[in-house]
Design a binder for this molecule. Structure first.
Ligand SMILES: [Mg+2]
Length: 344
């Protein structure tokens, strides 16, 4: 009997409106995907659409209907299933990632093993996650730094007219390690001026300083060697990595971009073959979406998996970043369950 697919739109509310260089919002609609096999075993996944890549909860639902006929008869047939999904809808990474996560969850549950164990990983090697401070007024940003006190590493979103002021406000409020994401918001000149300033402020690395297509400009920043350059918007799938070799220090993997857990593993292997740093990031997601990415974090150098921690109504319990340390669940599959009324 084939797998049956059920979908449900979940509206996540963020604790604060989440604003980056391109704009922001305080509500995000994600799609909870459930696959059920003939024995009633369920695999869960979440699609966390990125507006930047043209996805919304509604496009996800449409794409899932298109992909449903391509679900495997045998959930263990993961490689072929994911290849069919990517062939049917080459973009729409968030929708495909939800099915990929659900299939991996189902396989893990059938084998009674967590996904990280099936991959031969040691959960102790998972790195600490940064916590993101979104763009806001200086006063609100100071307040967010205080709220982020349990998290040992902060990520700041820049790419505005008043980046220096933001840096000063954050640095005055904390001496924690900082990472910066410009979300493609700078010009070459602006980036050249900002890098030494960021270095002054003790920033560890800079994510996507320039528009994704300006690889030449990004490579020039990398060559200056002031701070490591990690690309996010310039790197979607493993096939993007060879042309980035020598031009950047690292890549940021997101399931919403690459569309599958197995593609994330291929990206890690490809980046390593080119001597690059590997980071994993996320969208605003519930703990279901975050946990799918958390399972491969023992293989990465840096993580920004704060998507669920930024929400006020996370319906799931899975991987956590309490105190900044990523902790993987030990239950079978993704190890995610619904949160109970009492919050536990
Ligand atoms: Mg980014």
């Amino acid at each position: 009997m084939p797998l049956t697919l059920a979908t449900e739109v979940v509206t996540l509310k963020t604790k604060h409106p989440f604003v980056i260089a391109r704009g922001g919002d305080d509500e995000t609609r994600v799609v909870w995907v459930r696959l059920t096999d003939a024995d009633g075993v369920e695999g869960w996944g979440e699609a966390d659409p990125s507006r930047y890549y043209g996805e919304t909860a509604d496009t996800v639902l449409t794409v899932l209907q298109r992909l449903a006929p391509h679900l495997p008869r045998d959930p263990f047939d993961l490689e072929a299933a994911e290849a069919r999904f990517a062939q049917t809808v080459p973009k729409n990474g968030a929708a495909r990632a939800a099915l990929s996560a659900a299939l991996h969850d189902l396989v893990g549950k059938r084998l009674s093993q967590p996904v990280w164990k099936l991959w031969g990983l040691d959960p102790v090697r998972a790195p600490r996650s940064s916590f993101t401070i979104g763009l806001d007024t200086p006063e609100k940003m100071r307040q967010k730094v205080v709220e982020a006190s349990p998290y040992p590493i902060l990520k700041i979103k820049l790419g505005t007219e008043h980046d220096e002021q933001i840096l000063r406000v954050i640095r005055d409020a904390t001496d924690k390690p900082l990472r910066v994401d410009a979300n493609a918001g700078w010009t070459r000149d602006r980036a050249l001026r900002m890098f030494p300033v960021l270095k002054e402020y003790g920033v560890e690395f800079v994510e996507q300083p320039l528009p994704p297509e300006d690889l030449e400009g990004i490579a020039a920043l990398h060559r200056r060697g002031i701070l490591p350059v990690v690309v996010d918007e310039s790197c979607i799938v493993a096939a993007d990595i060879p042309r980035l070799a020598g031009a950047v220090d690292g890549i940021n993997i997101k399931l919403a971009k690459c569309g599958s857990l197995r593609e994330a593993l291929r990206m890690i292997a490809t980046a390593r073959a080119h001597g690059m740093l590997v980071m994993v990031g996320c969208m605003i997601e519930s703990s279901l979406g975050i946990t799918a990415a958390a399972h491969f974090t023992p293989l990465v150098d840096a993580a920004d998996l704060d998507g669920a921690a930024l929400t006020a109504n996370d319906p799931f319990v899975g991987a956590t970043i309490d105190g900044g340390q990523i902790r993987l669940p030990t239950g079978p599959g993704l190890g995610v369950r619904r949160r109970t009324e009492r919050g536990g």
